[in-house]
Design a protein around this ligand. Structure first.
Ligand code: MG
Length: 356
């Protein structure tokens, strides 16, 4: 990791962890192949060192198995590990200890990773994108997500996202062509498709991808069930459009065995335990000749701004999570005509909104 050096701190000054559960509410009900949701549980954490606070966030969409209960229990259990550390700059060994403490708990681990990066940035008075040696002008455009909906609702969502240059469309095998035809009757913007494992028969899927390849579609994300690598490989060899993995690839160690099944991966902080591992995954993706999409869950501008720090290294970004919720708890990175605009504030570049 570029730029992060070791500094020895005064004895007896420790890292102090505090955390609070909260719930994010969608502006409009959000339907994907897994079902419909109106809210997402999150936990906001603070990591304090010498009076300076780093902010972090865990977001827990239900299908990943984490909840308020599991995240709060994990944070409570690891707080002693964090509080014995005197030096937040030992980030690699701290994160390794946290990761080894218990398997899974990726969102809880990501909240600590994000808070540590925010804290280090603030202690060094540098934005994280600079600590990673990124050029902020290379930050990606974000896609704007349309859930699966009735034609009128989709029309409204396209209007909501009129400033964005790429749409992300959720499909699940029901009415897919009607949904795309409806969108195409309104706009010709490029579309990224996310199937969330919703397609079944590989021959039908290939035919559908050929149909989509003439509709200004950029790529297809997670067409098949996450463990169905045999069919993923079959499709990989034939698809006229790039295929991206989301649910199939969670962490760094999942990457190598997937390289002949996908052309790209969707890296999300909540899946891969945070910025440190996400950066490693981006580097490995380049070695494996995989494209990179940096994505998100429904999150406040805290976790979104953290992921955005790495967006200059990505081919695409899907970081609209905070735009789809009513109660964003932070001010953070912004979008100008859909392009991620990184600020020069230290750390992940966020400030808690008043009254939160
Ligand atoms: Mg996805």
């Amino acid at each position: 990791m570029g730029g992060i050096s070791l500094i020895t701190f005064v004895e007896n000054i420790h890292l102090k962890l505090s955390f609070k559960p909260n719930t994010l509410y969608f502006k409009r009900p959000f339907k994907i192949a897994h079902g419909v949701r109106t809210s997402t549980p999150i936990v906001i954490i603070e990591l304090e060192h010498e009076g300076i606070i780093g902010y972090g966030e865990a977001s827990m969409p239900p299908y990943l198995g984490e909840s308020h209960e599991t995240v709060l229990a994990f944070l409570k259990n690891v707080s002693f590990l964090l509080e014995k550390h005197k030096d937040p700059f030992q980030i690699e060994s701290i994160l390794m200890e946290i990761d080894l403490f218990a398997p899974n708990n990726s969102a809880a681990k990501a909240s600590i990773d994000i808070a540590l990066h925010d804290l280090i940035g603030k202690l060094k008075n540098k934005p994280c994108w600079q600590l990673f040696d990124a050029d902020k002008n290379n930050a990606s455009f974000t896609t704007y997500t349309l859930g699966m909906d009735e034609p009128e609702a989709i029309k409204q969502k396209i209007e909501d996202g009129k400033d964005f240059k790429i749409l992300k469309v959720k499909l699940n095998g029901e009415n897919d062509k009607a949904i795309i035809n409806n969108i195409r009757s309104i706009t010709n913007k490029p579309i990224a498709i996310d199937v969330n494992q919703g397609w079944k028969n590989k021959e039908d899927v290939l035919e559908m991808i050929y149909w989509l390849s003439e509709k200004n579609v950029l790529f297809i994300e997670q067409a098949l069930a996450k463990h169905n690598l045999e069919d993923a490989h079959w499709l990989f060899e034939r698809s006229p459009l790039p295929l991206y993995a989301d649910e199939s690839i969670q962490r760094y160690n999942d990457m190598d065995r997937m390289k002949d099944c996908f052309h790209g991966i969707n890296i999300k902080l909540m899946k891969c335990t945070g910025m440190h591992e996400a950066f490693k995954m981006i580097k490995r993706a380049r070695e494996l000749n995989l494209k990179v999409l940096i994505g998100c869950m429904s999150e406040t501008s805290c976790a979104i701004s953290a992921a955005a720090q790495l967006s200059p290294f990505a081919d695409y970004a899907d970081l609209d999570g905070a735009l789809l919720i009513n109660n964003n708890l932070f001010d953070g990175i912004t979008f100008i005509e859909g392009k991620i605009t990184l600020n020069d504030m230290p750390g992940i570049g966020v400030v808690p909104k008043e009254n939160n």
